[in-house]
Design a protein around this ligand. Structure first.
Ligand SMILES: [Zn+2]
Length: 393
């Protein structure tokens, strides 16, 4: 990252994506290769297919006449993707730096221009997300964490959440997102064709380029660098023509799990994040999302998901976690939402998010004296009544 920052003009004030695009156009092949010590045989941007820039700059994406990419944007928690962009940003942003940001920056410390350029231009940063979104359509045989180290915790918590909340959750799929999909040529071709509408030879070209990059750039860790799977989200069922019916699902990326493990929260994070995503499924099913997206609407559903999560985590009939310990994790977890109040992905400030979680905890604390689990719709009604107070300055 350091090399990359020094290399670019800091006064440009553009986002990483735009800077990268313009820079790539201005640079010749020699300059790009000079940025890296190793000799890359095919890694020459002058030989990239015509129009390759459109892969990196959404505004130039003319290859999507049907708006297909828009159709398959994930519905919740897009802030993880903003976080990835932020981690690669040249300019300091309005977002405060957090423990999680510091961890990502550390993980990216040995990435210079080349590593960022090729990961962005090929689509590698998005492929695992879209592969999981469209093609991970059963919970069966799923493992969580690079080596399955979270499989037991995730499947147990998911089963428990389905018991705890009285919605119809039988058909919700819980699936993982692994970076090793980047080693699979067929899956790369499949996703490339969906995202970029490439013909088969072009899709094969990009797939083979990605496989070659994994060979030649050790920083990618054979696709298992956490940046490729830094995502977790809930999605309601939808029909997507090239694929068919995609079921309701929760996707959990290895990168997120690895990050919180490294920060010392391996005991809380998987359950807490899963419970938050499950909260979104309660909202899908009870039709609690507003028709039109706005920053305020997103904030409301995100804070409500935080409250659902806190209620389950601390409830004596739920995960029965110590509230103090949950709070310690939430302090770190909520800090990553502190960015761009005007953004459609805005989750609320850390203070608002903690207020929503405390509200959920207190409700659970009262309920467990009666041995009662609240009906999820009643919960939402009470939450909406409390919301003005939770977001009050
Ligand atoms: Zn969310």
């Amino acid at each position: 990252m350091k090399n990359f920052k020094n290399f670019l003009k800091p006064s440009w004030g553009l986002t990483f994506i735009a800077v990268l695009f313009f820079t790539a156009c201005e640079m010749d092949q020699t300059q790009i290769l000079d940025q890296n010590d190793s000799q890359h045989s095919r890694l020459d941007n002058n030989q990239l297919p015509e129009g390759y820039e459109s892969r990196i700059n959404p505004q130039l994406r003319s290859s999507d006449p049907n708006g297909r990419l828009m159709e398959i944007e994930q519905q919740t928690d897009t802030y993880y993707r903003e976080l990835v962009q932020r981690a690669m940003a040249v300019e300091p942003t309005e977002c405060s730096s957090t423990e999680f940001d510091a961890w990502i920056n550390e993980e990216l410390a040995d990435w210079a221009f080349n590593e960022i350029f090729w990961a962005s231009i090929t689509g590698m940063l998005d492929f695992p997300t879209y592969d999981a979104l469209l093609f991970s359509n059963t919970s069966e045989g799923e493992y969580f964490g690079k080596d399955g180290e979270y499989t037991q915790k995730m499947t147990k918590t998911f089963k428990d959440l389905k018991r705890f909340w009285t919605i119809d959750s039988e058909d919700i799929v819980l699936a993982a997102m692994h970076g090793n999909m980047l080693q699979d040529r067929d899956r790369l071709i499949r996703i490339d064709q969906i995202l970029y509408l490439d013909d088969l030879p072009t899709a094969e070209y990009w797939a083979d380029l990605i496989l070659e990059l994994l060979e030649e750039i050790p920083q990618y860790r054979n696709g298992e660098h956490p940046i490729f799977t830094l995502n977790a989200f809930a999605q309601s069922a939808f029909f997507f023509p090239p694929v068919g019916e995609v079921p309701s699902k929760i996707i959990m990326g290895d990168g997120i799990l690895e990050g919180y493990e490294t920060l010392g929260f391996g005991d809380v994070a998987p359950q807490a994040i899963l419970a938050h995503e499950f909260g979104h499924h309660i909202q899908f099913q009870l039709d609690l999302f507003e028709e039109f997206r706005s920053p305020e609407a997103t904030r409301r559903t995100e804070l409500m998901a935080d409250a659902y999560s806190a209620y389950y985590l601390s409830h004596s009939k739920g995960a029965t976690m110590q509230w103090k310990r949950v709070q310690q994790f939430l302090e770190v977890f909520f800090a990553i939402g502190d960015c761009g109040f005007e953004s459609y992905g805005h989750h609320g400030t850390p203070i608002q998010r903690m207020a929503a979680a405390e509200w959920g905890y207190e409700l659970a604390d009262q309920a467990q004296k009666q041995g009662h689990i609240m009906d999820p719709l009643e919960f939402a009604t009470l939450f909406d009544a409390a919301l003005p107070e939770l977001v009050a300055p």
